[in-house]
Design a protein around this ligand. Structure first.
Ligand code: NAD
Ligand code: MG
Length: 413
């Protein structure tokens, strides 16, 4: 596994301020939090582009405030709604369709891209930005799960930089700063022992299999510590989010799965830890608010003041930790197996998970059918060569989704 140096941010030259920022997925949970950071620091950014899938109303509101020259939505209906909702006297260019996100990602008009679309739809624009040598604040972890090898290769070739927005990976990034030149396997050093990702455990921590078999989407959507979009909330409940994050960490920091472990920490105050060979563990702590990692990436290496309650450890009182239960939450094991197997397995894992989460949200399958359908897809779908291109990975993604939906319709797993 060789990736460490190529996407290690401290080696890159910082972009000057004000930064020309494009946000893919600005109407989502990450996107709206990012715009709150931008609103607090208007002098540091020029917003060049904002995009949504179909939420034209919120996109129009955001655009009216931040006045980017370019907007994008997924279809003509959303584009019509968007045009009608924009303030008079402001006429941005409106791009429509899946290719639009890629065009924005590649555009010379931005020097910083926040990749915050949810799911596999975020992969093509993220790869496109990496191929153009961009600085990418990456929230869309699915991109690395599907095509981490391709993204790393693009970063190595173009000098593109990935700054991890995901709170755990951002915590690791912060705990690795100052050790970057010596910790990475690719740098020939071996001072990094392992990474420890923390997980809240989700809303069903400690629940038995009988309970898990009957949970509803409403229960699964109510996360105890973080407020997030629907898909990642279900992933947090099934622990697939942590499975995807283990793969994300392996790609970002160039380590095998055996050197990335996980710790359940229900208070979500310690966001992850780095263990060095001398036994030191460096942790990053903070209130569970995504504006912290978002601002860290958008402003890196500068730190900016954020208007939010400060962490008061005396008030928190107790921080607790426990080992994860991989028996009751099989998604963790499936993700690790898929990454170790390679050959497009992580893309199958991701596509099967996205399809199964949609089916669960639409009340067509039960919660524990999610891992069952993923396991079925992993055993049935074809493999790809390790050097497969993006088109092949996306074709496998589409095939897997169809197969999972067919299985669910047929009552199989
Ligand atoms: P969300 O569902 O709240 O928002 C998703 C955004 O993507 C919206 O703007 C939506 O309009 C857009 N979108 C959806 N489908 C699209 C498509 N097919 N094409 C183009 N745009 C589309 O999601 P979120 O919770 O903000 O998560 C975004 C990404 O960040 C995910 O990959 C998630 O795993 C990751 N992430 C989120 C959090 C969090 O706290 N929410 C934390 C860490 C990582
Ligand atoms: Mg996370």
């Amino acid at each position: 596994m060789k990736s460490y140096i190529s996407i290690w941010p401290p080696l890159a030259k910082p972009t000057p301020f004000p930064r020309r920022l494009a946000i893919l997925g600005s109407t989502g949970s990450i996107g709206t939090n990012a715009l709150r950071v931008v609103a607090e620091h208007r002098d540091l950014f020029v917003v060049t582009a904002l995009t949504a899938g179909r939420n034209a109303k919120l996109l129009a509101e955001q655009a009216g405030r931040f006045r980017p020259a370019v907007l994008a939505v997924l279809d003509d209906k959303a584009a019509r709604e968007l045009r009608l909702a924009l303030p008079a006297g402001y006429a941005p260019e409106i791009l429509v369709g899946p290719r639009a996100y890629q065009d924005i990602a590649e555009s010379a008009d931005n020097d910083l891209l926040l990749s915050a679309i949810v799911g596999a739809a975020g992969f093509p624009p993220t790869l496109a930005a990496a191929r153009k040598g961009k600085r990418i604040a990456l929230a869309n972890k699915e991109s690395l799960v599907i095509g981490g090898g391709l993204i790393r290769k693009a970063c190595r070739e173009t000098g593109a930089v990935i700054l991890p927005v995901d709170s755990e990976h951002n915590a690791l990034f912060q705990a690795l700063c100052g050790h970057a030149d010596r910790a990475g396997a690719e740098a020939g050093g071996d001072e990094l022992a392992r990474l420890i990702l923390t997980a809240s455990g989700g809303p069903f921590r400690g629940r038995d299999t009988e309970f898990l078999a009957r949970v509803t989407p409403e229960q699964a959507l109510s996360h105890p510590t973080w407020s997030m979009g629907a898909k990642i909330s279900i992933d947090s409940a099934s622990l697939m989010n942590k499975g995807l994050e283990i793969i994300e960490a392996c790609h970002l920091y160039g380590l095998p799965v055996s050197r990335v472990s996980m710790l359940v920490h229900p208070q979500s105050i310690v966001h992850s830890l780095v263990e060095y060979v001398d036994g030191s563990q460096l942790a990053h702590l903070g209130v569970p608010d995504m504006r912290i990692p978002i601002a860290h990436c958008l402003c890196f290496p500068r730190r900016v003041r954020l208007n939010m309650p400060r962490l008061d450890l005396a008030q928190v009182g107790r921080l607790t930790f426990e080992a994860p239960d991989e028996e009751r939450f099989p998604c963790l094991r499936l993700a690790k197996q898929a990454f170790t197997a390679g050959g497009g397995r992580p893309a199958v894992l991701n596509a099967a998970n996205e399809a199964a989460v949609m089916l669960f949200l639409n009340k067509r399958i039960a919660f524990m059918d999610i891992p069952r359908l993923i396991e079925g897809a992993l055993s049935r779908q074809r493999s790809l060569p390790d050097d497969a291109g993006a088109e092949e990975l996306l074709a496998l993604d589409a095939e897997t989704r169809r197969a999972v939906i067919d299985c669910a319709d047929a009552g199989l797993s």
